[in-house]
Design a protein around this ligand. Structure first.
Ligand code: M6R
Length: 608
């Protein structure tokens, strides 16, 4: 979590750092701070609880003079509460340091170096700063290498030394860092969005390497005895700053909901050849789809929910076991996987720590891994055997929307290819499936166009502290994401339930006016779902029913009915996802909450 940025070059460092932090804020927003190397070479640290906006205002008051190098941090608190003292940067003697990650052995280091009486914060990061100061004898590379040997855990560090004016050092293990020499100078950040205003070229800082930024160059060093230079692969990003701006929308989330049809097309269309899904340009061989006898999908949060939809689609079609596991469980579970299991890893950011650990575990079990990732060059993308990039562009709102749709699109295409290769679909059936998938795109547009009418129903939801999402089969899988979205940004307690399971306890919670969002788009269980809806209605629930346009239901069944276009049953998730996202968006707005940056959350979960 946490956003970090470092800069050195000809421009005003304060502005560059503060602007960069504003774009990184979705990674954490408990506090923010910058350290500037001033013209007299002194280091000026300014930090404050709250968002980057508050830091900017504070800097305008207190920072006098100009500076051309510095480091900045926006925090998602792990160790130590949300206080000014715990905000980064941390200063210790000649060292000023910011950190993204967790130093697991900070207690042991505190004792080993006798730091107990020196610490002014409760953070693991300050311990790293103090240890570094203790071992620093004037050679930054030697000291950082020693620090890296001492600390256990995950880190992206940016560091300044009092006696190295104009230089910014960095190192990483697990936590992401990207860097570039740009037209504005040398820059490093936890995330590309901070670099994009200045360049479209960057490199991923390799783990267990040290980076030194000067106004004229960026050097990467190995940790060997002579600090050999390492020349990383330069990558080009294919989106520009517009993609990371609100562009007239009040929130990133609404903008990203609107971007879904386009993102779907960008993800699907280049991968259709002769009407069939084709991954040869992605370098994914058909053999991995034919040689496996099981699929195991591993992911977290929304990405895991995309996996749940894929499971409900794949298993009945492919007739092989398809399992979905939450990555934080999978990694400690001794999963039943082997070289005949195709492990699909799903991650928007490609940096989620549990998902990354799951990927590594899958490798150690001999499984082939295929990652569905949005961020190019991210750790999961680099470490998996094969990667299928989704083309959603940058997703800035903490609540995932377009990433979910394109993950689904990728999974649907994979399912189709597997069905074709394994003889479950003829070429014609596979081509029809792809046509149906593309037909889901205008269906999403239809639902986006209905956003105002969806907004109208929100009053019924925000009056209640609880809400339930119910459905069967694929509809149940969609419900999971609907409930997560609502919880995440409206703070309404929401639960997704398989409609047939309600009677086994949960229906006790259904009383007068409790909102139940019922999804009934699957024909083979339609009548059963309708019966379950009647049961909650009979107990006073306020029912918001989501069905296909042509479904016939009697008027007394629901208080509100939202109709989606008549796409094939397997593809209803796409328009339904839009509806569920809009419900959550307007609920958050209706409660005057921070839609894009909900409390306690961060976009990229890079700590356990
Ligand atoms: O970057 P990832 O896809 O690996 O992230 C996984 C989850 O943290 C993420 O989907 C999270 O659940 C979303 N904020 C939900 O909207």
């Amino acid at each position: 979590m946490c956003g970090i940025i470092g800069y050195t070059g000809p421009l005003d460092a304060k502005d560059i750092l503060l602007n960069g932090l504003a774009t990184l804020e979705y990674r954490g927003y408990d506090s923010a701070g910058i350290a500037l190397c001033m013209e007299d070479s002194s280091i000026c640290v300014t930090k404050k609880v709250g968002k980057v906006k508050a830091l900017k205002e504070y800097c305008d008051q207190v920072v006098k003079g100009s500076s051309h190098s510095g480091i900045g941090h926006t925090r998602w608190a792990t160790h130590g509460g949300v206080t000014d003292a715990n905000a980064h940067p941390h200063q210790a003697g000649r060292v000023t340091l910011i950190h993204n990650g967790i130093i697991e052995n900070y207690h042991a280091l505190t004792e080993q170096f006798g730091l107990q009486d020196e610490l002014v914060s409760q953070t693991d990061s300050e311990v790293a700063a103090r240890v570094l100061d203790r071992i620093y004898t004037g050679d930054p590379l030697m000291a950082i290498r020693e620090l890296m040997r001492l600390v256990e855990g995950s880190y992206g560090f940016c560091i300044m030394f009092d006696d190295q004016p104009g230089a910014v050092f960095a190192a990483r293990s697990v936590s992401p860092l990207v860097a570039s020499y740009t037209r504005a100078g040398a820059m490093i950040a936890s995330d590309l969005t901070a670099l994009i205003p200045y360049t479209n070229q960057y490199f991923v800082v390799p783990e267990q390497h040290i980076v030194k930024l000067t106004p004229y160059k960026v050097h990467v060093y190995e940790l060997d005895d002579t600090f050999s230079k390492f020349y990383p692969e330069i990558m080009t990003v294919n989106w520009n700053m517009d993609a990371a701006m609100k562009n007239g929308f009040p929130h990133f989330m609404l903008k990203e909901i609107h971007e879904q049809p386009d993102a779907m097309k960008k993800t699907i269309l280049p991968r259709i050849s002769k009407g069939l899904p084709d991954f040869s340009d992605d370098g994914i061989p058909d053999s991995i789809f034919m040689d496996c006898n099981a699929v195991h999908i591993v992911a977290c949060g929304t990405a895991m929910h995309a996996g749940m939809v894929a499971r409900a689609l794949m298993e009945p079609l492919l007739r092989i076991p398809v399992t979905v596991t939450i990555a934080s469980e999978f990694r400690y579970e001794q999963p039943l996987i082997d070289e005949k299991t195709l492990v699909m890893i799903i991650s928007q950011s490609g940096e989620t720590i549990d998902t990354l650990a799951a990927l590594r575990l899958a490798h150690s079990c001999g499984s082939k891994t295929l990652a569905i990732v949005n961020v190019k060059g991210s750790t999961i993308a680099r470490e998996s055997d094969y990667v299928l990039y989704t083309h959603a562009g940058p997703e800035i709102a903490v609540a995932s929307t377009k990433a979910y749709s394109v993950q689904l699109a990728a999974l649907y295409m994979l399912c189709c290819r597997m069905a074709f290769l394994r003889g479950k679909y003829t070429a014609q059936q596979a081509a029809d499936f792809m046509t149906d998938l593309l037909d889901a795109v205008p269906a999403m547009e239809v639902m986006i166009a209905q956003q105002e009418s969806i907004r109208q129903i929100i009053t019924h939801i925000i009056q209640s502290p609880d809400a339930f999402f119910i459905g069967r089969g694929l509809d149940y899988a969609f419900s999971l994401e609907g409930a997560l979205k609502l919880k995440e940004i409206s703070y309404i307690h929401a639960e997704a339930y398989a409609a047939g399971e309600l009677k086994h306890g949960t229906i006790a919670l259904i009383s007068d006016q409790v909102p139940v969002i019922a999804i009934a788009t699957q024909q083979h269980v339609f009548a059963k779902t309708i019966s379950n809806i009647r049961e909650v209605k009979a107990r006073g629930a306020f029912v918001i029913l989501l069905t296909k346009e042509s479904s016939v239901v009697d008027d007394t069944l629901a208080d509100i009915r939202i109709r989606i276009p008549d796409v094939d049953d397997r593809f209803t998730v796409f328009p339904i996802a839009v509806v569920l996202q809009l419900i959550a968006y307007y609920a958050s707005l209706g409660k005057n909450l921070d839609v894009d940056q909900p409390r306690n959350l961060a976009k990229s979960v890079t700590v356990e």
